[in-house]
Design a protein around this ligand. Structure first.
Ligand SMILES: [Zn+2]
Length: 533
């Protein structure tokens, strides 16, 4: 009877005596949150030089998926120096990592972005026409060199405030390895790396500062390579003794092209031959064809996969060869969190678009003209609206952030580091990516991320609301089922030959920030360099 009050008093005394690090449930006044967000924005602005160096550096490494060796070593070193604990080689991917820093109890917020580049997209930055740094080499023709530098800047800025203001919580940075192959995020999810994460802020380069919630535009996909094994023979001396694996791969391609007529317009598919034999006078004993099969729903993707399997079996039957297949990548259609997106959009409005210089606009318009874009208006000067769920599904690209978005409450912040109206996966998309356009766009994005992270760290009830949307609205009618199996390995051997060929040629062009202010300066590029008419 009499113990009740003293017990409560004891709890109170104990709570007051707690070490200052434990403060997760502390309630912050609106004015205090506003003040810390303003400080975060200033802290990001102060790091603009460091952001520029990181963006230029990763641009110069130009590493394809599963070979982001220099990029990962460089970025994780910065994080380690800032006190993050880094786990390397997650999911058995040598270039993958997780960097974690904690200031006691509070929300665990993951920050992720892609880091790989595009084959044959090598390009001088700041030059408004095709001029490869190394002919035929990979390059950042998707702009994935900017997202992680943005997040490192945002994380270091938030860390500074968490320390000085004693705000509890954990920051977890992670790279979208081999995003162009949809080759890592489904594996990170499968292997449990998001199990203790409360929410995820993902970022992707774009040409405006924006965020959306609900089902996103675009598709999910499964990436499958079909291999065939036959019997070699002298193509002229004894062709009747050969069984051509290439015939099988070609027949599969023909079969799928007949199927294409009967695909729903929202479905999309494309393929390349990855092994088409060695030389004409040897009947190919091995051949392979690699498909991306896309649709706006998981069920639609799996239907296509089943159809492709049947066509592959048919091709093997027709040619008396053996068929084997391997899943090389997967991406769920994306669904983004309403609470995080709405909170973030307020910060987008507060930050606004960067101030573009005349030089930035001249470069943008010249590139738009060079590639025959219908958009000739240069860089964005008006903010996008908050993106709402698509009413009618729209086909298009994919991103394996989809798998993360069905595992924890997630949004993608799109930030204005590139030129609007370009075709994508192309050298022209690399032109802006180591120029003031990319640098300013990333600083704007980093401000939004830092402010949004503070919103959630300082108001854990918002995290609870984001989880409520995730559990009770998003997952109400859809259950996430992985497209990869428990044993599918990540295809880490992809791109090896290309990188072995081009890395030695790219190394002399790595950005040396100890000798040059910017990569443009190192390359001797006058900004902007326009075509002489
Ligand atoms: Zn991308």
């Amino acid at each position: 009877m009499k113990t009740r009050f003293p017990l409560m008093a004891a709890v109170l005394v104990f709570a007051l005596a707690l070490p200052s690090g434990i403060c997760a449930q502390q309630a912050y006044a609106k004015s205090s949150i506003r003040k810390q967000k303003a400080r975060a924005s200033e802290a990001v602005a102060k790091r603009h030089k460091q952001t520029q160096v990181m963006i230029d550096k990763v641009f110069s490494f130009a590493e394809l998926g599963f070979h982001e060796k220099e990029s990962s070593a460089y970025l994780t070193q910065i994080l380690e120096e800032a006190g993050f604990e880094v786990t390397y080689g997650i999911s058995g991917i040598p270039t993958a990592w997780l960097a974690r820093w904690s200031r006691g109890e509070g929300p665990v917020i993951a920050l992720g972005s892609d880091v790989d580049c595009i084959p044959k997209a090598s390009q001088y930055p700041g030059v408004a026409y095709h001029k490869p740094i190394v002919e035929g080499a990979p390059g950042h023709g998707e702009g994935h060199n900017s997202g992680l530098p943005l997040l490192v800047t945002a994380a270091l800025s938030v860390q500074e405030i968490m320390e000085s203001e004693n705000i509890g919580g954990t920051l977890v940075l992670w790279p979208g390895i081999a995003e162009e192959l949809l080759g890592s995020k489904a594996w990170f999810v499968r292997d449990g790396y998001f199990e203790d994460i409360d929410m995820c802020i993902f970022t992707h380069v774009s040409s405006n500062l924006s965020v959306s919630w609900g089902q996103a535009r675009g598709t999910g996909l499964i990436s499958v390579e079909y291999g065939f094994s036959g019997e070699a023979a002298h193509s002229a001396g004894a062709p009747w003794r050969g069984r051509s694996a290439l015939d099988a791969a070609e027949l599969m391609n023909i079969g799928w092209n007949y199927k294409r007529e009967h695909l729903h317009p929202l479905k999309r598919s494309h393929s390349i031959f990855t092994d088409a034999g060695d030389q004409p006078n040897v009947v190919p004993s091995e051949a392979a064809i690699w498909f991306y099969l896309r649709d706006v729903t998981y069920e639609g993707i799996m239907e296509m996969y089943e159809d492709a399997n049947h066509i592959a079996e048919g091709a093997a039957l027709m040619t008396d060869t053996q068929m084997h297949s391997r899943v090389l990548g997967a991406a769920w259609p994306r669904h983004f969190n309403k609470v995080i997106a709405e909170t973030m959009y307020e910060n987008i409005k507060a930050v606004g678009l960067p101030q573009w210089s005349d030089a930035d606009q001249q470069l943008a318009r010249a590139v738009q003209k060079e590639v025959g874009s219908r958009d000739t208006s240069g860089l964005a000067t008006e903010l996008s609206e908050l993106g709402l769920p698509v009413e009618q599904p729209v086909s298009g690209g994919s991103d394996d952030i989809g798998d993360v978005s069905w595992t924890v409450p997630t949004v993608t912040l799109r930030f204005p580091s590139n030129i609007p109206g370009l075709q994508g996966h192309h050298w022209s998309n690399a032109i802006a990516m180591a120029t003031p356009i990319a640098h300013k766009g990333a600083t704007a994005g980093a401000k939004v991320v830092a402010m949004t992270v503070l919103d959630f760290l300082m108001q854990p009830q918002l995290v609870a609301q984001a989880k409520d949307y995730f559990e009770n609205v998003q997952k109400k009618e859809t259950t996430y089922r992985p497209m990869i199996s428990e044993s599918d390995p990540p295809p880490v051997e992809l791109n090896t030959t290309i990188m072995e060929t081009y890395r030695p040629q790219l190394e002399p062009f790595y950005f040396d920030e100890s000798r040059y202010d910017t990569y443009l300066e190192q390359l001797g590029v006058e900004y902007p360099t326009l075509k002489q008419e």
